[in-house]
Design a protein around this ligand. Sequence first.
Ligand code: WTA
Length: 701
Amino acid sequence: MSATPKAKELTEVSEAQIAVHWKEEEYYQPSEQFKAQANMRDPRIFEKFGLDRFPDCFKTYADMLTWFEPYHTVLDTSDAPFWKWFVGGKINASYNCVDRHLEKHGGKAAFIFVPEPEAEQDVTLTYRDLYERVNEVAALLRGLGLKAGDRVTLHMPMVPELPITMLACARLGVIHSQVFGGFSGQACGSRIEDSGSRMLVTMDAYWRNGTLIDHKVNADIAVRAAKELGQDVDKVLVWQRHPGKYSAKTPMVAGRDVFVNDLLKDYKGKKVDPVALPGDAPLFLMYSSGTTGKPKGAQHGIAGYLAYVTATSKWVLDIHPDDVYWCMADIGWITGHSYIVYGPLAIAATGVLYEGVPTYPDAGRPWRIAERLGVNIFHTAPTAIRMLRKLGPQEPRKYKYRFKSMTTVGEPIEPEAWRWYYDEVGKREAVITDTWWMTETGGFLGTTMPAIHPMKPGSCGPAAPGIHPVIYDETGAEVSKGSGTAGNMCIRNPWPGIMQTIWGDRERYVKTYFAKYNKNPKSKDWRDWPFLCGDGAVQAADGYYRILGRIDDVINVAGHRLGTKEIESACLTVPEVAEAAVVPVQDEVKGRVPEVYVALKPGVPPSQAVIDRVIKANEEVIGKIARPKHVYIVPDMPKTRSGKIMRRVLAAISNRRDVGDVTTLANPDVVEQIRVMVQGKDVTKTQDALPEDIAKFGQVE
Ligand code: WTA
């Protein structure tokens, strides 16, 4: 890492290496000016967080929080691998994100809300405003009978009422489960059921792409779906996007639906003491997709999670009290929970909260907002970068904002997109941190420390302090750095941000994240429990990791995790469909998009109507983000002799690659028929190797 290697092509490529054949990129150095001001400048930090200092090194993180009662144990491993961090102490997340800043930062903006319609005024919420509103909502929730440990489902858009509701829950110890606003009512309903929520908090409408969308309609579908699954919802709290006015067409249901603004009148000026909760009590659930059709509720605990996102907001995002920070992610995903709400608020940041799509009404919008509000730290995902680059490559030049640092998160970023981000958006001045992590990990795992490490386009860098990754092959042998070989990315040690369990499914937690490399299920020693992240990765000789994508059946669409099994079961809700197979396809903007293959029941003729129904089913069961790029009706699925669908073959066809040897299939002829249907008679195939996630796709069948 000290010497800059020349750009070099790997020349010798074995079969196992083909998928990771790539060019070494040049390093980019952070500016002296950036280095001089950074919160974390000490390279010895990595020694201080060495494995020999584990787990006590993480006391530094816990010390960044305010405790009601001190903890006595840093890490309790007695119920391995259900790690308990900072045990014995009492703490409250809402207190740490709001109350403790009142004295010094009460008048400072916590959030600047930017509505999507450009003519609508920004709304600034100071820490004092936030304190008052969080208290009133907490009083309201308590008035409705909620108490610590209860679950409440939120299905909210990007408005200040979302973090306000989350923090109100946290104040009481109520576990919030925010479902991404773009998910369908049905998807929300199944998450309500899994979490056992009796209350849903939503909003009547929100602006998206120039339209005020009726969102309340989803609440009705969600409550019905939950009931069908056996979970009753007694109360639906409805925020109004334009207070005092109902912006949805769907009627309110008497006795069940209530406007939050009406209820709040009884709680004006009310204060609720933040409940002193055990450090290892749950803070929230975040549902995410995995190998099966059922989303898993990642459960995050208060103290460990909060300590981790606080420290990484300070050291990696490098937020200072006078910065204006803007993360364009949606709070409905983990990035928004950790790096719009909990982390930045815990360090008294000023954050921009933007309601709408980045390209509305044009690709200059983000840069106008940045200029107007003086944003100097910017955080977004490769999909947004690719889209803004495509629609307005020179737009950033028209605006006078100045970023000192920028983040990319959620998907691998191609070096070309990285360079545009650096040259045009960052104006060759801002550092970029490529932060690799996931819902389950609470906060950043792979990243550079922006003032310590040089950047390398396309690689996330080494790892955050105290995170000790290892790449294992299928046999459990370590894949050495610089070998040019890919393997399964794991973390050797627990860290405070790691999820506590899958809500209601301990067994699935152990099986999904630990079973593969754990040799002794009875062990109480953390060393026996490497965490399987779910990504393939390769480590260059300099120690930098390049993430290749998911190894489970998850498709990362524009940074959103979608389970193929979830999409397939949505397709199977269409009565005419007998079998469905979903594969990822490379997409210039969104990274990956799903493509669907269906075989129809005997006697049903193929038709556009069936295709439309399949598309609609995906939008209804999951949401618009699951809309397939194509739906192909095939005469039969390519299958093994034992009857398993060969998704790998379909993925090769969809991505215009060689299907390989298919002679051992039960029905090899169908492969050529499908190929012609998808690619046309004589389409020339690309010779490029398939990206690792697609190449490996469907291998575990
Ligand atoms: C992918 C999002 C490459 C990865 C925070 C991971 C990335 C999944 C990066 C988690 C990155 C996230 N480079 N790939 N910087 N960040 N990913 O749970 O495949 O929505 O497993 O969390 O996104 O997605 P999730």
